[in-house]
Write a protein that binds this ligand. Sequence first.
Ligand code: NAD
Ligand code: DAU
Length: 359
Amino acid sequence: MKAILITGGAGFIGSHVVRMFVKKYPRTKIINYDKLTYAGNLSNLKDIENRRNYVFVKGDVCDYKKVMATLKEYGVDGIIHFAAESHVDRSIKDPFAFAKTNVIGTLTLLQAAKEFWGCTLANAAQSEKKHRFYHISTDEVYGSLKFDKRLFKESDRYEPHSPYSASKASSDHFVRAYHDTFGLPVVLTNCSNNYGPYQFPEKLIPLMINNIENNRPLPVYGKGINVRDWLYVEDHARAIDLVFHKGTVGETYNIGGLNEWRNIDIVNLLIKIVDKHLGRKPGTSKKLITYVADRAGHDLRYAIDSSKLRKELGWKPETSFPEGIEKTVAWYLENKEWVENITKGAYKRYYKDMYSNRK
Ligand code: NAD
Ligand code: DAU
């Protein structure tokens, strides 16, 4: 492809994918289109910002004119759409922001792509050869599993519980509607929890690493028994590369790590690794664990069946959890400046607002 627009490329997962595509496809222009909300951070991409095939455009996905102007300026033929409000706890405080960016933003992008590429059902076969609209979604749209062996499958019905997952579910439906009604060549993936460098420390793993290092309370929601399926972010990026280039148009692929952990076990593991790195006596930071009020509507368990992606496109995770979590802790402890820059000011206010009355 000549030019690929990546929305939300200054965020956590988006920045890993931008970096990978800029390096791997030097003859393709990679346009990072991002509003730079609190979660967007251009220092995530310092190492590639001067590459000739990389360009940053500051823009909102809800701004139709700006999106269309960017598609035209660069002759965009592929889109990978990450931009979203992504934190469940924030969605409970301000659902409207999630409906705006995640639903209206996705719809705006779909409409602009359809118009710019001239998609109709009649020319769908030709368009499929030239264009691709890849929507990045989440396993949270499937709802919550019990503590048994069942895994989310692509054919599961949608049952979102949080305003975040409801907004992502809605955006997924719009993406499929644009395929079925206008022949837009779409692919979708629904991934489980990612972890790794550059994740904003509002999410469980980087928040806990930062608090352990700074001897602050470790706020575990409810009893800490909720389960998540963790995947190293670079393995997600490799799956995205595969699906973007080789996935079948109109299809959805689940992505997951087959790596289920209870939150409390993750927190104990992080205590062990961080204490070791800092030369503290093993278990020193256990006393920081603080059980706090549960998240409203807290989904019990997520776990993904990614056998379709594994069988059809030959993907599998390459980073084991012990290796990935060691690398992640080391990265956060070594990149103090990155952490300090984003945990001052607005983050302090966010933290106080979210946690100070959470007894
Ligand atoms: P993030 O919050 O780290 O980054 C989001 C990025 O989107 C930021 O750079 C932000 O500035 C940008 N953005 C927000 N609103 C925008 C707008 N209106 N216009 C343009 N840019 C805007 O998110 P993330 O964790 O990297 O997640 C990226 C995508 O992957 C999201 O769609 C999310 O739903 C999905 N996802 C995340 C995970 C996970 O574990 N983090 C798992 C599965 C799916
Ligand atoms: O499953 C994919 C989803 O994973 C993505 O779609 C979301 O964008 C991403 O934020 C993530 O959602 P979660 O809600 O699962 O992630 P979070 O890191 O916020 O929380 C993980 C678990 O840890 C969850 O059960 C809540 C719990 N938790 C979280 C925080 C921030 C705590 O116990 N304490 C905390 O302080």
